[in-house]
Design a protein around this ligand. Sequence first.
Ligand code: ZN
Length: 256
Amino acid sequence: MKIKRNKQAKKILTFYKRNFGLREPFQVIVDGTFSQAALVGKILIKEQLPKYLGGEVQLVTTRCVISELSSLGNKLSGAMHIARRFKLRKCTHSGTLPAADCILALIGSDNPHHYLVASQDQDMRRKLRHLPGVPLMHIIRNTIVLEKPSDSTLDKAEDLTQSKMDSSSQVLDRLTPTSEQTKPTVRQRKKITKGPNPLSVKKSKKKPAGSGAVGGGLVSKSKKKRQRIQRKKALEILAQVVKSTNSQELVRTQNS
Ligand SMILES: [Zn+2]
């Protein structure tokens, strides 16, 4: 079960690496809700997360997350202790915001620093699913789960793949300028379309000359040329014959 889970996580991470530039060390933003769930579920984030993701992990959080936890009193002091051990990422906003708004600001519109987000906050995760390229994690029944890519993430990955394919085909076109010439000519296309149609095959059988009008034109042209050469040769032979006959007659008249 555990091996299957790790395999699934690896597959999802490979997808993010390939399409969104995710790389190690994986920077995971952890909020207060995830820290609390880990505490309750007796999950040691620092030990278990690298094993689950199969790579080096950097656990990060923000001042706003810490201050929200401290404002919630003794009930969440354990979670605050956990969160305080994480590296602090500078807030990208002024003042202090609710933890969820602070994390959303850090991710921005396209997650330029390739963060993963670990949170039990369903509302924030729902908002993050609308942004392509943000891997999300939460805890279910004492187990860390990496979510499958959201629809917007899958759509964006498809767009990126398509544009990559388009640009590579453009490069291919530029490298092979003759590709335009290798396209079938009008005549070749005619032949191609003629082939699979059984009706046209039948028709061509009826015709005595298999080659169409185009071929016929070529044949008659070369035929005319041949005839011209033959006529020329015949005239030359005729001229020689006439010449020799004349000279013979001349000899005969001289003899007589
Ligand atoms: Zn903040």
